[in-house]
Write a protein that binds this ligand. Structure first.
Ligand code: NAD
Length: 357
């Protein structure tokens, strides 16, 4: 019997509600498997600041480092927005990513046939979309130095070293080898020197992957192409800020930001989280969609723990729930047989996982 220890960070806003449902489903899938899961909870974000004065206490970093994987909800909220930048919830997450060496962020985007009407895009544009945004996560403008905010002038710096580009590019090509063997590298090489280095370096790495077709696209065009014809993409390989924006845009392809998972990997321990934020506007109402977090837990089983069979069971249960017409409020206008609360959806998915064991 394998035993895995999961560091759980629920965070702020809807974080605790959605992570509880993911744990419910993980426990259900573990019952009929030959592995056991244990959980240790840690604080990060606004809730951590309130208790310790630090959005990322040392105990959280240490706990995550010794776990087999980290399952994370979301952080942030207006009440912490006026704090100095290094005390704000987001800085906790940026620091944790850096501390765990999580340089690669996988954001798969898939369209569920049952929800094809939920998107603002036409069904014929969406049917069959299956793409992966591979975003560099620990470099670029979010981390670049120098940075400063004065009263009349402020600046940030976009920096990438060749090594940083090589390692994320390899990750992108490796992922493409297991998928449709196409990489579209997105940059702004017509304007930015840092993007020119990005493009040259990706070209070099591509030589080791002759089976993969490489194309390049400027980020402004990519933003347009994503809604014009998303099916043209297999793996979108891009830097931190471009990936942040494009993956949120891509989330609307699926109809709701509440559906999409992500995995951040690179170091010994990976972090698995929904792509959405803490949704303070709906926190505590029991209406948040937990599917993105449950799906992130499935990615955790597959990537971090090598438990693909269990991950398949969760993915199949999510599809079944949507097929049978159970919906949270965010997607209730599209084929709903029953509008369910956050906990109801979690329980139905957990039941299906147990039944199909
Ligand atoms: P958000 O993703 O929290 O919410 C955007 C919209 O989507 C809101 O209307 C929200 O109700 C809805 N939504 C999000 N998740 C949902 C779900 N699971 N089910 C149903 N509806 C859902 O983005 P925002 O409003 O820009 O940011 C809110 C806070 O979250 C901010 O403090 C921001 O800094 C933080 N944030 C955190 C992360 C993270 O923890 N990784 C990511 C992005 C934003």
């Amino acid at each position: 019997m394998s035993r895995y220890n999961i560091a759980v960070i629920k965070g702020d806003g809807i974080g605790p509600e959605i992570v509880d449902e993911a744990i419910k489903v993980l426990d259900a899938v573990a019952v009929n498997s030959d592995f056991e899961l244990t959980y240790d909870e840690y604080l990060m974000g606004g809730c951590a600041y309130d208790v310790t004065g630090d959005p990322l206490p040392d105990e959280t970093i240490e706990g995550c480092k010794k776990a087999d994987a980290v399952l994370f909800g979301a952080i942030g909220g207006e009440e912490w927005d006026s704090l100095p930048r290094d005390k704000r919830p987001e800085s906790g997450l940026l620091r944790l990513r850096a501390a765990l060496g999580l340089f690669a962020n996988y954001r798969p985007v898939k369209v569920y046939d049952e929800l094809i009407e939920a998107s603002t895009l036409k069904p014929e544009i969406l049917k069959g979309v299956d793409l992966l945004v591979m975003r560099e996560l620990t470099g670029g403008i979010y981390f670049g130095q120098p940075r400063e905010k004065g009263d009349d002038k402020a600046y940030n710096t976009m920096v990438y070293s060749k090594d940083e580009i090589v390692r994320i590019a390899k990750e992108g090509f490796e992922a493409a080898m297991k998928r449709g063997k196409k990489v579209c590298s997105v940059d702004k090489a017509n304007v930015l020197e840092v993007s020119q280095l990005w493009r040259d370096t990706v070209e070099e790495v591509a030589k080791d992957y002759p089976e993969v077709t490489l194309s390049h696209m400027y980020v402004d065009n990519a933003a347009m192409q994503l809604v014009r014809d998303p099916k043209q993409f297999d793996v979108i390989l891009t830097g931190n800020i471009f990936g942040d924006i494009l993956s949120d845009e891509a989330s609307m392809i699926s109809g709701s930001i509440g559906l999409l998972p992500s995995a951040s990997i690179g170091g010994k321990v990976g972090l698995y989280e929904p792509i959405h934020g803490s949704a303070p506007d709906i926190a505590g109402q029991g209406i948040a969609n937990p599917i993105a977090t449950i799906s992130s837990a499935s990615m955790m089983l597959r990537f971090a723990l090598g438990e693909s069979e269990a991950a398949d069971k969760i993915d199949a249960a999510i599809e079944q729930v949507l097929k049978e017409g159970y919906r949270t409020k965010d997607i209730s206008d599209f084929g709903a047989k029953e509008v369910c609360s956050t906990t109801e959806i979690g329980s139905i998915i957990a039941e299906i996982v147990c039944k199909n064991a």
